[in-house]
Design a protein around this ligand. Structure first.
Ligand code: PXL
Length: 287
């Protein structure tokens, strides 16, 4: 734990030139929240995979030497946070990073897909190995598609009942993590929910947001990085979920008003100052 100065997060994600996802979202969000991001890029892409056509450089041989360098320098991290991975060997490198920093908060965003489909570069082998990271994590933040993949279940096509959602959260936490947050959960009311479970006190939480009929890239990265920023600053789980949902919903609605393409991601630049200020948050409820 760093006793003075900003908290420090090792962020093991890709960097994509176009499309506002992964590190191009995580760095500005966490910086705005007063947290230092140390990027450990897994790949460099000209544009994220949703563009269909992109140039990609896999950085599988970078992660381990970078880790060794940080250990040699005695660098301390308050949090190790993994996301989009370019190869299944990177699972081993992330496992090494997590075990090398046992005191850090271990966050795994099991990035694999969205809207019932896996991303173009995600092989079945990479998806099945993601469970190994989930097992060592303190916090995981899958969307509903990723939650279903992790549990080996089909993607639910109709809104789930409260009992089914609670069961999904509890079964994911049985894989290892203390905190599970699932995003993009449709509800019968037509709203979209983020739902969370904290095994330590057996509490279940829900935050609703308005449905917007476009799924922008990077939404999960935005939600997860704000959630983690809040938890690193001492938020309770529902307050951290509330902040992540409120900001993401506001930024999505701003983006929607411009009628940009979904691949452009969420227009976060004009909204960032909201994250630096004080926010009144009381929109959560127990699930
Ligand atoms: O936001 C998830 C994500 C991260 N990184 C890359 C992606 C995606 C989703 O499409 O393509 C490169």
């Amino acid at each position: 734990m760093n006793m003075t100065g900003p908290k420090k997060v090792a962020a093991i994600h890709d960097i994509s030139g176009l499309g506002r996802c992964s590190l191009t979202v995580i760095i500005p969000v966490l910086s705005a929240m007063g947290i230092q991001v140390c990027p450990v890029p897994t790949a460099v892409l000209s544009a994220h995979t949703g563009y269909g056509e992109f140039v990609m450089r896999d950085l599988t041989d970078y992660i381990e030497p970078a880790y060794e360098h940080y250990k040699k320098m005695g660098t301390r991290f308050d949090c190790v946070y993994s996301g989009f991975l370019a190869s299944s060997s990177q699972i081993d490198h992330c496992l090494k990073f997590f075990s090398g920093y046992p005191d850090a908060l271990k966050v795994v965003d099991p990035v694999m897909g969205d809207n019932g489909k896996s991303y173009a570069t995600y092989t079945p082998q990479l998806c099945s190995r993601m469970a190994e990271l989930v097992r060592v994590a303190d916090i995981i933040t899958p969307n509903l598609t990723e939650a279903a993949i992790l549990l080996g279940e089909p993607f639910p096509t109709a809104p789930l009942s409260t009992g089914e959602i609670k069961s999904m959260l509890a079964r994911l936490s049985e894989l290892g993590p203390q905190i599970v947050v699932i995003t993009s959960v449709p509800t019968v009311s037509g709203k979209i929910a983020a739902v969370g479970f904290d095994k330590q006190n057996s509490s279940y939480w829900k935050i609703l947001s308005e449905y917007v009929p476009i799924s922008y890239s990077g939404s999960g990265d935005m939600f997860a990085s704000i959630l983690i920023g809040g938890i690193l600053r001492g938020d309770s789980l529902p307050i951290a979920m509330n902040r992540a949902t409120s900001f993401t919903e506001m930024a999505i609605k701003t983006t929607y008003s411009y009628k940009t393409h979904w691949t452009d991601g969420i227009m976060l630049e004009p909204q960032l100052p909201w994250l630096t200020g004080y926010q009144e948050l009381s929109d959560y409820s127990a699930l």
